[in-house]
Ligand binder design. Structure first.
Ligand code: CA
Length: 226
């Protein structure tokens, strides 16, 4: 993969560049907000690893600028420990995931793979299956015109499934995609969340849209499974 690292801390940038190169990726480094923006505009990357605190302007501002010009490259944000405000600002600016410093290189690799697998996300797109609509920018979910209130995890699950409408999401794909790779999530927990989600999405008398593929995973589609 082609990976852009935007990090002003020299030793950290070099560690990331070297590690990612050893893993077979092609990694380039930018050391400021403006430099990162320029590189992202002139070259195509599969993933951008973006530090929040940068000279010029912040990683959040960089993410916002990319998204504003329609660049949907997956972004993994690096934030300082306990900086919850950074996390919220980063995700709000258009980052796809975040990692808190200090982190292990293994975890970074797993997260890079996960955001790359999700691919360029069309922010602000409305996903539709039958009379179910999910707006990824406003996080509004409607079924048959009725607004549904989902928790953060329920929304994450539904969005993950609706981005793959008609295809089966395996249990491990769902756990990695919604909770993040390497998180300790029991299979029962996944089932419990899907059960809660289903109670809100598929009410009695409505066409069931969330299907269970026994032993494999889940799928959202309008047509029933035989
Ligand atoms: Ca920094």
């Amino acid at each position: 993969m082609r990976i852009l690292i935007v990090e002003d801390e020299k030793s950290m940038a070099e560690l990331l560049r070297q590690g990612l190169t050893e893993e077979g990726h092609c990694a380039e480094v930018a050391r400021s907000g403006p430099d990162g923006t320029t590189l992202a505009a002139t070259s195509r990357y599969d993933v951008i690893v973006l530090d929040v605190m940068l000279p010029g302007f912040s990683g959040c501002e960089l993410a916002r600028r990319l998204r504003r010009r329609g660049d949907q490259t997956p972004i993994l944000m690096l934030t300082a420990r306990d900086a919850d405000a950074d996390v919220v600002a980063g995700l709000d600016a258009g980052a796809d995931d975040y990692l808190t410093k200090p982190f292990s290189f293994e975890v970074l690799l797993a997260r890079v793979r996960a955001v790359a697998r999700r691919g360029p996300v069309a922010h602000g797109v409305v996903l539709r299956v039958g009379d179910l609509a999910l707006d990824s920018s406003t996080r509004a979910v409607h079924r048959g015109g009725e607004r549904l209130t989902l928790t953060r995890t329920e929304f994450g699950l539904l969005e993950f499934l609706m981005r793959r409408t008609g295809t089966i999401a395996t249990r491990s794909m769902l756990i990695d995609g919604v909770w993040g790779p390497g998180r300790e999530i029991e299979g029962n927990t996944l089932d419990a969340f899907v059960h809660l989600l289903r109670q809100k999405i598929d009410r009695p008398g409505q066409t069931p849209l969330i299907h269970t593929i026994r032993g494999v995973g889940y799928c959202v589609r309008e047509e029933p499974f035989a």
